[in-house]
Design a protein around this ligand. Structure first.
Ligand SMILES: [Zn+2]
Ligand SMILES: [Zn+2]
Length: 352
């Protein structure tokens, strides 16, 4: 039995599973999910069937891409065979062709770029215009050349949750009759047992790009996603994911569990008071979509610090931390101090 189950993969995070004789089931060492051997077998058969269907498309992907590696920062970039990548979008050092990326990295879906390079440069220039304290070199044409259209890898998960909740709920009613005031409290033992399905919970699969920067240019409209075709990569770079399903699953599970808990609590909103005595939310199964999202990305080195700037390639929303030209800032501060000094002087005269 145990030998058999060892080859199974976790229906949630795809990590290898082991049979646990004490619990008479399968426990995932990564995400701590628990399954019966039957649940596990069924999920794995479905997965294998799906993989069989995808095999030809994976092969096509493996033959049609170029994988570049940055010797300086280790970034791994993918393009289609006809696009030549010269520099790392992240650290601006030259990249080296390393061969091809295997088919298992083929994305399932992609949101294509809608914002062209010209649009992105325009958005960037407008953003700079409103910030007089930026260093000149930040807005230069040579800096703009470093702006790259990058498809950022994302994991998008659909989760099935089994939720059980038990609560002591109360309904209060008061009324007056004659000289008496009556209060009636009814107490209910409330029980919920629900199957809940979540669609499209996202988590980015790149450790290089700051999570805050990606969150700042959200949202992406997933309705605009298309089935992946190699042609979408033409002229753009794609970042290979370096955070796998098992690593992002805790984040996904948190959102699914908290969402289920809130949903079941919400179903008890009709009571005057609710005291939850049991809340047990179990993620039974997770279906993954590996998706690429379009971002115009630029980094900038200034006085030993790196600054990131990003534009949502679908909506044009921009975000970034502006570098400060301290010389310009100090100049203005000095002026303000001088102005205050003058006002102080005038005040002195007025009093006198
Ligand atoms: Zn797992
Ligand atoms: Zn690099």
């Amino acid at each position: 039995m145990s030998k058999d189950v060892q080859q199974y993969k976790c229906p949630n995070c795809a990590a290898e599973l082991r049979f646990n004789p004490r619990k008479q089931g399968v426990v995932c060492e990564y995400c701590e999910s628990f399954f019966t051997p039957e649940e596990c077998k069924a999920a794995n058969e479905q997965r294998q069937e799906k993989e069989k269907q995808e095999a030809p498309r994976r092969e096509e992907f493996a033959e049609g891409n170029n994988l570049y590696v940055c010797p300086s920062c280790g970034a791994e970039l993918v393009t289609d065979k006809n696009t030549v990548a010269s520099e790392c979008y992240y650290c601006h050092n030259p990249v080296v062709l390393k061969g091809r990326l295997e088919g298992e990295y083929r994305p399932a879906r992609v949101i294509p770029f809608k914002i062209s390079r010209e649009d992105a440069e325009g958005i960037f220039r407008d953003w700079c215009k409103k910030r007089w304290f930026l260093p000149k070199s930040f807005m230069s044409d040579s800096q703009l050349l470093h702006m790259a259209g990058v498809y950022v890898p994302f994991w998008v998960a659909d989760c099935s949750v089994h939720g059980v909740m038990r609560a002591v709920c109360k309904k209060n009613r008061s009324w007056t009759s004659g000289d008496y005031r009556y209060t009636e409290i009814k107490e209910y033992d409330v029980f919920r047992d629900a199957g809940i399905r979540f669609h499209g919970i996202p988590a980015d699969g790149s450790s290089k790009i700051e999570d805050e920067l990606m969150e700042a240019i959200e949202p992406f409209d997933y309705d605009g996603a298309k089935d992946f075709e190699m042609a979408y990569l033409s002229g753009f770079l794609s970042d290979k994911y370096d955070v796998n399903k098992a690593q992002v699953f805790p984040r996904i599970r948190n959102r699914a569990v908290n969402g289920s808990d809130a949903l079941l609590r919400g179903s008890m909103a009709g009571y005057d008071s609710v005291r939850v005595t049991q809340s047990d939310m179990q993620v039974l199964r997770t279906d993954w979509l590996y998706m690429l999202l379009p971002v115009w990305f630029m980094t900038y080195q200034y006085k030993g610090r790196q600054y990131g700037f990003a534009i949502n390639g679908q909506t044009g929303k921009q975000a970034g931390t502006p570098p400060l030209n301290t010389g310009k800032l100090l100049g203005v501060c000095a002026l303000i101090v001088a102005a205050f000094a003058l006002i102080g002087l005038l005040g002195g005269w007025l009093i006198a």
